[in-house]
Design a protein around this ligand. Structure first.
Ligand code: ATP
Length: 240
């Protein structure tokens, strides 16, 4: 198993228990989704797995995270990136004042130049329109393009696990298809992907495995097909 989170509980400094008991397994090359209503703990789980704890003033109070068999509980984002976990967070996906090119040349420094170039080329093939935007400031891009830049930047580190939180939130609905297709291509190439998206319909249509979070706990897991028509999901599911 590539990633195994066992009985994770995380608390924010204001005392809010972000998650209470989350257990997740992700295998190489699979596209896995976290689903659940607002406040269920999806983003908190992503933060725990990608190491963004200090920035959010939160602590792991229980549980462990194993990556490739090693205990990586509580490691910092830069340490996790080095061992193969890259994340695209819910907010602040790009640096507005940096050019698109600068996003890519400043990523994945622990990899060889050849590896970084190879992954950059792969990312640009997934999102060809970004090739035309290399000199532009990231802050001037559309929300969809910013998401694409953030995903390519994460890929340049050559991750074994890519975590994408709120992939299409605030984006035009026409971008959902291409972004999910891109993640499927990334997973097919061997990089496991963990995704959160507000469109449960697209998530269920594209992910292979799902974990349902309710009140900070993983309450159901399995193949995505088993989740169809689950009435615990958000009300937008049928129409999304
Ligand atoms: P959403 O879709 O609304 O982002 P979510 O499923 O991602 O929901 P989380 O954002 O992880 O859920 O929230 C889980 C719990 O943690 C909630 O009770 C929330 O209020 C709390 N929480 C989340 N972020 C913070 C924070 N920065 N500080 C304090 N509490 C937080």
């Amino acid at each position: 198993m590539l990633l195994r989170a066992e009985n994770l509980a995380l608390r924010y400094s204001n005392g809010a228990l972000g998650i209470e008991d989350v257990s997740i397994e992700i295998d190489e090359g699979h596209l896995v989704a976290l689903i659940g209503v607002n406040g269920a703990g999806k983003t908190t789980t992503c933060r725990a797995l990608s190491g963004f704890l200090k920035t959010e003033d939160m602590k792991i109070v229980r549980g462990k995270v194993f990556f490739d068999g090693a205990d990586v509980t509580g490691r910092e984002p830069h340490q996790l990136t080095r061992i193969g976990i890259s994340a695209v967070p819910e907010r602040n996906k790009v640096f507005p004042n940096l050019s698109v090119r600068e996003h890519f040349i400043s990523a994945g420094m622990h990899r060889s130049r050849a590896e970084r170039n190879q992954m950059l080329e792969f990312g640009l093939q997934l999102f060809p329109r970004i090739r035309e935007r290399m000199k532009q400031s990231a802050g001037k891009l559309s929300g969809g393009e910013q998401q694409m830049v953030a995903i390519i930047r994460a890929l340049v580190s050559h991750p074994r696990l890519l975590i994408v939180d709120e992939m299409t939130l605030g984006l035009h609905a026409s971008l959902r298809g291409p972004l999910f297709e891109a993640l499927k291509t990334i997973a097919a190439k061997g990089t496991a992907c963990l995704i959160i998206d507000e469109s449960t319909a697209h998530t269920l249509a594209n992910a292979e495995y799902c974990y349902l979070l309710e009140g900070g706990r993983t309450t159901k897991r399995g193949r995505t097909a088993d989740f169809a028509n689950n009435d615990l999901l958000d009300p937008g599911y049928a129409s999304a």
